[in-house]
Design a protein around this ligand. Structure first.
Ligand code: G3P
Ligand code: MG
Length: 244
């Protein structure tokens, strides 16, 4: 099996995370998948940014939820990373879905509902995917498993992975209970012997966030289903060392 390589927050290692520049880079190298994070603005628009606050990745301050989309668009989301990316803005989910319309890889949309449980975000995300990128695979994930259960209730066929920091006992039982197709495990859990048991139980295992070359090799050798990495190009080269 070939482990799928997901460009984490676009291509976070060499582009400002979760920006159009980062998603274009992931498309350029043709990673198997792209991961991004979604939040909701004050005026109920879906935007792509990792943190609840804009302080770290823009020249602004405060919570995403306290700004309208128009206000958020005033802030620069690239200059903090490098002058070369000055002028990048926080993208909307619609802008990214439109950009990735012909990208055939899997888009992993992480619902950032674990700290702020944005009302009705699941329905909005599903509607946006149906409208703007209906023809290629989408994989949902979240650390808020109630949010995933809501997503499943809205779209029973939705493919989603349970994000976990913890090592759970017999995690496939929990995953099946929610109706997930995969577990998205923090590196120490993914590197444990139980990974193959989880796969034998019929669930896909994806590991995050894997940036070290030796960790990549260990996970490719374990035949995990996917890794999330800030350096997808590096991962693709290392994967060539492994036969299918
Ligand atoms: O999906 C893997 C990873 O994105 C989860 O953590 O904090 O980078 O969104 P975070
Ligand atoms: Mg994420």
């Amino acid at each position: 099996m070939k482990t799928a390589i997901f460009a984490h927050r676009g291509s976070k290692g060499n582009r400002p995370e979760n920006t159009i520049a980062a998603f274009k880079e992931a498309m350029r190298i043709n990673s198997d998948g792209i991961e991004l994070d979604v939040h909701l603005t004050k005026d109920q628009e879906l935007v792509i940014i990792h943190d609840e606050k804009i302080d770290r990745t823009t020249n602004g301050k405060g919570y995403v939820k306290d700004y309208t989309l128009q206000e958020l668009k005033q802030f620069d989301a690239g200059a903090w990373f490098s002058d070369e990316y000055k002028g990048e803005r926080i993208p909307t989910l619609k802008e990214v879905l439109t950009l990735l319309k012909d990208y055939e890889g899997t888009l992993n949309i992480e619902l950032k509902t674990d700290r702020i449980d944005y009302p009705f975000i699941e329905q909005k995300v599903i509607d946006a995917v149906h409208e703007w990128r209906p023809n290629h695979p989408t994989l949902y994930s979240s650390f808020n498993h109630e949010s995933l259960a809501r997503l499943k209730a809205i779209e029973p066929e939705a493919d989603f992975g349970i994000l976990l920091f913890e090592k759970l006992y017999d995690p496939w039982l929990y995953a099946r209970h929610i109706g997930a197709s995969s577990l998205h495990l923090y590196k120490p859990a993914a590197l444990s012997p139980s990974t193959s048991v989880i796969q034998d139980e019929g669930l896909a295992v994806r590991a995050w966030t894997i940036n070290d070359a030796d960790d990549m090799r260990r996970l490719f050798a374990l035949d995990v289903d996917g890794i999330m990495t800030d350096y997808p190009e590096r991962a693709m080269k290392i994967r060539e060392e492994f036969s299918d």
